[in-house]
Design a protein around this ligand. Structure first.
Ligand code: SAH
Length: 582
């Protein structure tokens, strides 16, 4: 995970930029109104704690004491901690604080080298051997941390060690080696036997395959591993037939085993069958369909499973295919703090961002590896199909809309594309809709609570529905005395429709009816105006405007007792006899 580089003022930006250049995807988090970075934050403690809780590596350009004080409340419960470093603003000191087991000293060395400063490393094993033996590289897992600590103390106390198995990352490490030593570092998928003189590191080199899933699958995989003497930490992935993509039992099993779920194509040979041996045969066929290292021995195991042990750690990204993901999300009106954390998370984990160019821009900052599919065309269905093509090829796709994706936006187009498709690959994609703050809600909040009682949302665009339907709905909504929020009120291609709509509303509602106009709400250049139904004219409105027409009960009063600005709201009670005045 790329680090968050936290700065409190402009004096730290130059050093922050140099650190940022070291890590792909790193972002500068700057204290609001003090400095300008990729991400703005308000309070330092809350922000550092949030980053820490999410496991984000932190490089804070401020006093070590400040960082310690901010994070102290979180340190009592010792889980896996992300690397946390304090850095002097001018780059003259690099102090690793937390995350010895997640690579803080490695980062301290990297940053130190870039800033030409000796990092303040204090971990004795690191100092002696130049590496943390308990932090093996990606693709390897330590069998037991407690045992690891004891092993390192033994070496520090003068014991020598031999190395069994392939540990290429230790080749350049200055360990006290002796082929005859009683102590041994063993790199093996086989489980640790409890020998206190062994440090066991498991390569993630084992793949389990199953042709059928059921509630006991995870349990059966564990049993099969243990029956073969293999440690659970050595499991790299669970493999299922591509035709089972979307099967919740497989997903639950992979989740319980804490490994990625990958899929392989095997033609017809994986048809369900009751016989264990036949199912194991199908599972073996799945392994055969994967391009695993030629030497990997494979074995049919109990419960219709097959296991495969490769000689080296397996890069699961290259193993068969992943189930693709398509998330349709709402960006809110525009400002970053009105984007929900759930939508932010979906954006961060996406490999591809699909949407209208303005909104793809609004979704930033994106990571360098993320592919933008920004289009200017307004063909929503075409965009939705493109998103399914990407997702069904295993990508994680975010389709972005402004506001809420379900309000006159992409979510319905995506579902329409899916329903009308008989492409099974599309139906296997993991689909999710993430809500957002719609323009009517954002506008309403700025002026008070005009939507405080019953209201409706209407699009005045007749691109996809006949104008006569719009007129009829307007008439009914006006007579029902609903507050109305108009989306797409006007455009160059639809110049007269708004005037006609207002004419219809005026037939049923008094000229004094409150109207709110919000333009570019939550974006730079936001404007808000309040007026009345009688005074409103269409030149005051453009396609970036939200028009809220009040009900007979909607009212206003001066803010703070003075000035021109008003609070507008629609009371929760209803005293009127039905409200319609015309
Ligand atoms: N899905 C969006 C609406 C898309 S329709 C949402 O939930 O907000 C586009 C219309 O929404 C525009 O014509 C305008 O009427 C309104 N709109 C979108 N963003 C807006 C903003 N920031 N300020 C005011 N109106 C906005």
């Amino acid at each position: 995970m790329p680090p968050a580089i936290v700065v409190l003022g402009p004096g730290a930006l130059a050093t922050a930029q140099r650190v940022k250049a070291l890590y792909e995807g790193a972002q500068i988090h700057a204290l609001q109104e003090r400095a300008h970075g990729d991400v703005a934050f308000g309070g330092l403690s809350d922000h550092l704690r949030e980053l820490y809780r999410r496991g984000t590596p932190i490089v804070a350009l401020c006093a070590a004491g400040i960082v310690i004080r901010c994070l102290a409340p979180l340190l009592a419960s010792k889980g896996v901690e992300p690397p946390v470093l304090a850095l002097a603003e001018d780059g003259s000191a690099v102090v690793p604080l937390l995350g010895g087991l997640t690579g803080v000293n490695v980062m301290a060395r990297e940053i130190g080298a870039a800033l030409q400063t000796a990092p303040a490393i204090t971990t004795s094993g690191e100092l002696r051997f130049g590496t943390c033996l308990l932090n093996p590289p990606e693709g390897y897992a330590l069998a037991s941390l407690a045992q690891g600590k004891r092993f390192v103390s033994d070496l520090l106390a003068g014991e020598a060690t031999r190395i069994e198995g392939a540990a290429p990352w230790l080749d350049t490490v200055n360990l006290p080696r002796d082929p005859e030593a009683r102590h041994a570092i063993r790199v093996s998928p086989h489980a640790w036997d409890g020998n206190p003189e062994h440090l066991v590191i498991h390569p993630r080199s084992v793949v389990a395959a199953a042709s059928e899933a059921h509630a006991l699958l995870a349990e059966h995989v564990r049993e099969a591993l243990s029956a073969n003497g293999i440690a659970q930490e050595a499991l790299a992935a669970l493999v299922a037939p591509a035709a089972r993509m979307g099967d919740a039992a497989f997903e639950r099993a992979a989740h319980a085993l804490d490994v990625p779920l990958r899929f392989a194509e095997t033609g017809d040979s994986t048809l369900a069958t009751d016989a264990d041996a036949a199912r194991a045969g199908n599972a073996t066929a799945l392994l055969d369909a994967l391009a695993l290292p030629a030497s990997a021995p494979r074995q049919a195991a109990e419960h219709g499973l097959a296991l495969c042990v490769a000689r080296e750690p397996i890069d699961t990204h290259t193993l068969g295919a992943a189930r693709g993901k398509l998330t349709v999300l709402g960006l809110g009106p525009g400002r970053a703090d009105l984007l929900t954390p759930m939508a932010r998370a979906a954006l961060d984990e996406a490999t591809d961002i699909v949407g209208y160019a303005t909104y793809v821009e609004m979704a930033g900052p994106l990571h360098p590896g993320q592919v933008r599919h920004a289009t200017d065309n307004r063909e929503e269905l075409q965009r939705a199909r493109h998103a399914f093509e990407l997702a069904s090829a295993g990508r994680r796709v975010a389709v972005v809309s402004s506001g809420d994706p379900g309000v006159f936006a992409m979510a319905a187009a995506v579902l329409e594309a899916l329903e009308s498709s008989d492409e099974p690959r599309w139906h296997r994609v993991e689909l999710a809709i993430v809500p957002g703050v719609s323009a009517a809600l954002a506008t309403a909040a700025r002026v008070g609570a005009p939507l405080g009682h019953d209201f409706c949302m209407l699009s005045l665009s007749d691109n996809l529905k006949p104008w006569s339907v719009i007129e009829q709905r307007l008439r009914h909504a006006a007579r029902a005395d609903l507050v109305m929020a108009f989306y797409n009120p006007i455009s160059r291609a639809r110049p007269w429709q708004l005037d006609r709509a207002l004419e219809i509303v005026r037939e049923a509602r008094a000229p004094g009816t409150r109207v709110v106009l919000g333009r570019d709400v939550g974006r730079p250049g936001e404007t808000l105006r309040t007026t009345t139904l009688g005074e409103l004219t269409s030149p005051e409105v453009d396609m970036r405007t939200m028009v809220i027409v009040g009900s007979s009960a909607t009212r206003g009063f001066p803010r703070g007792g003075s000035g021109e600005e008003e609070w507008i709201y629609t009371p929760r009670w209803y005293a009127h006899d039905g409200g319609a005045s015309g």
